[in-house]
Design a protein around this ligand. Structure first.
Ligand SMILES: [Fe+2]
Ligand SMILES: [Fe+2]
Length: 195
């Protein structure tokens, strides 16, 4: 079997399994994120297959009724105080583990992109940047500032990340929710560096 055929078959299997695994709306969001990530990968000349697989699986830990704290404890993951208040913040880290164990993903770059997709990180790879941005700009996203983030994501990934993290911070402040240190670090890093 040729490599391209094998990749397509593997992806088909992943999608079939994921469709059963995730709630319908979460699966549909994942497909939209995949399309957005592939579009960004084409524009920025990043491996489209890696982008596609990382994006499809980015929310694989947001399945029905998951108790994220319990799952994290079972796996022996350290839980930060903010994650106790907002367990949702655990899903990227759990997602990377589930992608590896349940979906058989071995590629470390893909797993890292899943792990960083929510709050970002300093020194992200191009793949990590586009999965983060695709998640925050897929067509159904409609937070204040999304149009600007979306436009910037086509031309300047770092500027789009600054804009995206800034919007997230404003939203969290407005809703009186705790702010993850990582969101602040991500914004500050890309605001002051080219990297
Ligand atoms: Fe997510
Ligand atoms: Fe998502």
């Amino acid at each position: 079997m040729k490599l391209k055929e094998k990749i397509l078959m593997d992806k088909h299997k992943i999608k079939t399994l994921l469709k059963k695994w995730l709630p319908k709306d979460r699966f549909e969001h994942s497909i939209r994120v995949e399309k957005t990530a592939v579009k960004l990968a084409k524009i920025h000349k990043i491996d489209e297959e890696d982008a596609s697989i990382a994006a499809i699986l980015h929310d694989c830990a947001r399945y029905n009724d998951i108790n994220l704290i319990q799952e994290a404890e079972k796996l022996g993951l350290p839980i930060k105080p903010i994650e106790k208040v907002q367990p949702k913040l655990l899903h990227p880290r759990l997602g990377a583990i589930i992608a590896q164990r349940k979906f058989g993903i071995k590629n470390k770059n893909i797993l890292a992109a899943i792990k960083k997709h929510t709050v970002g990180s300093i020194k992200m790879t191009p793949l990590e940047k586009i999965v983060y941005l695709a998640d925050h700009t897929e067509p159904a996203r409609d937070y204040k500032g999304v149009t600007k983030v979306r436009k910037l994501s086509f031309i300047d990934l770092n500027a789009a990340i600054v804009e995206c993290a800034s919007s997230m911070l404003q939203d969290l402040i407005q809703r009186k929710l705790p702010i993850s240190e990582e969101t602040l670090k991500t914004r500050n890093y890309y605001l002051t560096k080219d990297g």
